[in-house]
Design a protein around this ligand. Structure first.
Ligand code: SF4
Ligand code: FES
Length: 374
């Protein structure tokens, strides 16, 4: 292989992979998948310049490269750090990383209201998943949370500024996907906020995509607001011949009613690409086409990551590749084989054939019989 085409070897949480030069640590970890992959709240592959804001993707570089094996002194943002040949990285195997991530989650939640019970993003909120997987069980913050003057963004999009984590994804989307950005970040530091100078102005043809990139419930779809919980809806891939966009969407249905239309997302929660083009959709497809006859239904969507959206839709749930065993060198304790630790889960007993309730007697008798036979 010529020097130019040489692949870089990088080891993340004891798993080695070869990747092209220029690959970020985050993308290398995504190639391995599972727990090796750091969470990412602000990075978004289709958006140029995204990443480097939220610090949830911090990792420890324990060996810089083959040429210079010194470890990096500070934790680095894996979304903005490229791999070097021979680099060794720790994610879930580093206590420093786990502690730092807990701190980051605590900071992100300092001003975030715990209004999941009334938030339309519940069930598909990255912050909800992040705090469940990486956060502390309680906050130490005792002060008042931030409040904002409400802004009306127009007929399509609802802004809840208190939920925003300042990831900038919506700003990059408006910059890169629409022909004119009409919102942005006003002010600085803890008073910074997403806003428009001109009220009701977000009506550009592709502006609805900012709803899909928002990792929290700060930007939600006014046409879906409070209509249903996402886990009660059935996601289906569908398409239409749209003159403005790719026309490939996910329909969220309840019975024959189309409650919501969104872009199709991949296992990282990012908009999928079709034929090399990111599958952004136009406002007409998203907000105006709510009749099932507007669409050609392709079938139940696959939900490629753990989510309550997959509840009761077994066909739709495709569990991602699991790496816990590979990373720690043994099966994790929590995933124990329950039959080896509990006598009352003897798999050779068919519960449907037992007369009356299944008590410990049933299992004890079976054990005695098994011992006699042996
Ligand atoms: S509104 Fe959403 S997408 Fe925009 S900066 Fe806030 S959290 Fe990010
Ligand atoms: S995802 Fe890397 S800093 Fe936010």
């Amino acid at each position: 292989m010529s020097e130019e085409n040489k692949l870089f070897k990088v080891t993340i949480d004891n798993i080695t992979i070869e990747v092209p030069p220029g690959t970020s640590i985050l993308h290398a970890a995504r190639m391995i998948g599972g727990h090796v992959t750091p969470p990412a709240m602000c990075f978004y592959t289709p958006l140029k310049e995204s990443g480097g804001k939220c610090r949830t993707c911090l990792v420890e570089v324990s060996k810089g490269s083959e040429r210079d094996p010194r470890p990096m002194p500070k934790l680095v943002a894996s979304c903005r750090t490229t791999v070097m040949d021979g680099m060794e990285v720790k994610n879930v195997t580093s206590q420093r990383v786990l502690d730092a991530r807990k701190g980051v989650v605590e900071f992100l939640l300092i001003n975030h209201p715990i209004d999941c019970p009334i938030c339309d993003q519940a069930g598909e909120c990255d912050l909800q998943d992040l705090s469940y997987g990486h956060g502390n069980e309680a906050s130490r913050y005792e002060f008042k949370k931030r409040i904002f003057v409400k802004h009306d963004l127009g007929k399509y999009i609802q802004l809840h500024m208190t939920r925003c984590i300042m990831c900038y994804r919506c700003v990059f989307t408006a910059d890169q996907v629409t022909n004119k950005r009409q919102h942005g970040v006003l002010f600085r530091g803890e008073v910074s906020e997403i806003a428009t100078y001109i009220e009701k102005s977000l009506e550009n043809d592709f502006i609805g995509n900012i709803i899909d990139v928002c990792p929290v419930g700060a930007l939600t779809d006014k046409t879906f607001r409070f209509k249903n919980r996402v886990w009660f809806t059935k996601p289906e891939d569908a398409h239409r011949d749209c003159p403005t966009c790719c026309g490939k969407v996910t329909l969220w249905r309840r019975g024959n009613q189309v409650l919501r239309v969104t872009t199709r997302k991949d296992q990282w929660g990012e908009v999928q690409s079709f034929y090399g083009e990111t599958g952004w959709i136009c406002n007409e497809c998203r907000f105006e086409k709510k009749d099932v006859n507007d669409w050609v239904i392709e079938g139940l969507s696959t939900i490629p990551r753990y989510s309550v959206k997959g509840a009761n839709k077994y066909k739709a749930l495709e569990v991602p590749h699991e790496t816990v065993g590979e990373v720690i060198g043994r099966k994790p304790k929590l995933m124990m084989d329950i039959h080896t630790v509990s006598d009352v889960n003897n798999p050779s007993i068919d519960l449907s054939k037992i007369q009356g309730p299944a008590t410990s007697d049933v299992f004890n008798k079976k054990q005695i019989e098994d011992k006699k036979e042996n």
